[in-house]
Write a protein that binds this ligand. Sequence first.
Ligand code: ADP
Ligand code: GLC
Length: 482
Amino acid sequence: MKKILYISSEAFPLIKTGGLGDVAGSLPPALLKLGLDVRLLLPAYPDVIKNIKQSKIRGQCSYYNQTVNIIETRMPGTKLTVWLIDCPAVFDRPGGPYTDHHGEDWHDNAFRFSIFCHAAVDIALNKLSLDWQPDIVHCNDWQTGLVPALLSLQPVRPASIFTIHNLAYQGVFDQQTFTDLKLPEQLWSMEGLEFYNQLSFIKGGLVYADKINTVSPNYAREILQQNFGYGLDGLLNKRKDDLSGILNGIDHKHWNPGSDNLIAHKYNRHSLAKKSLNKTALQQQLELPVDENIPMLGMVSRLVEQKGLPIIVQNLTALLKMPLQIVILGTGETHYEIELSGWAQKHPQQMKVIIGYSEELAHKIEAASDIYLMPSNFEPCGLNQLYSLRYGTLPVVTNVGGLADTVNTVSESTTEIDHADGFMVKQPSAAALLQTLKFALKLYQNRASWRQLQLNAMSKDFSWQSSATHYLHLYQQALQKK
Ligand code: ADP
Ligand code: GLC
């Protein structure tokens, strides 16, 4: 049985800020079901400690004079063993995994995730008396980027995989940080961790991992181009033969309208009429006029440019003149939080904006809305459009990344709906978004067509099983390569 050390900076339900949390919480259990021996490695943030039941200390080590305990626990509701890197000096503090209460990056992020990576490397080399030697280490995003780099210096080592969930976040720090972290000199070069005289954590993954993948086939192609490559397209082109795309799945245990305990009324394809009860329940909860026939546009998102906030905001004047309601839940850049909240205050009968993080409200919005807004600039995979499809909430998406791979658009010219399940905005412009939304709202009035689109959406299968099998093949390729 192959042994996989899955390394992530977040994993639901222990800790989550976005889609990486969803993936790291559901892919490892899916791999376990395929018969692999998987262990998940996470930092021991206070929220994680709060969310675990039983635990024991399995080992101790020290980096940069900081003591680190390895705590063993289980992922709630699964058989997955989780090892927590418990270093109170860097992980035991109030705030988020990456940012403080004001949304500013922790000043010592390089130090925090360097400790995490050093501990991961020692576990990967079975140096911490855990009596377990992985065949593969599977790293995710920049926070884990030093692992493949440090492992590459070892004469005997496991194979490594690096998954890019978002190339825009790279973990770049000044050159002095490289010195302060006492990283091996041979890693400092243009062909190594150096990125225009700075230290790049993500390059550790992109340069040194045996295989690299992204979370959708389309994004794997896009990042080879300058406009999606964030300065790393040259390197990625060099590594093209080792780069692939595997679409994320969704966890049907948590995201299934038929069994979702967080929503007011459960429903499925055969009881679709009950979906609108979720709309009226949310309208009551948020003090919006209760009307099951008014179209509701929903969004649950990080409030950042990536998610198409500029073109949404530009269309609010036009949209709020139409008979519709808008519900947005999110946190992110302060100016978007203020701007959206301002619009909601001015239009309390039509628009609600909830600034904050709420798993419960996220599910309620998915179940209540008719249309889901996701006109992203770029989208490595995107999970919310997948949840929306599952909940019969038709997504309005741009033609990028995983959105293009997962949504079948209704063609405006033919209004062909045989296989369609959403709406594609042709260009990422405010005018194009408005045009698509107007078309969607018109189609909403045709109940039979809308219902057909919903049934198409809800029949789609994005379960983890197929994606996990693709990862199994990638692991085999990585072992062969090494
Ligand atoms: P990304 O990872 O780029 O943020 P994804 O679509 O892959 O985008 O995943 C986002 C995940 O985070 C989804 O599960 C979504 O429901 C969740 N999410 C984002 N913002 C919030 C919020 N404010 N409250 C609750 N869940 C949120
Ligand atoms: C990132 C991406 C998102 C993806 C998620 C999980 O946060 O922005 O598109 O779905 O990671 O892979």
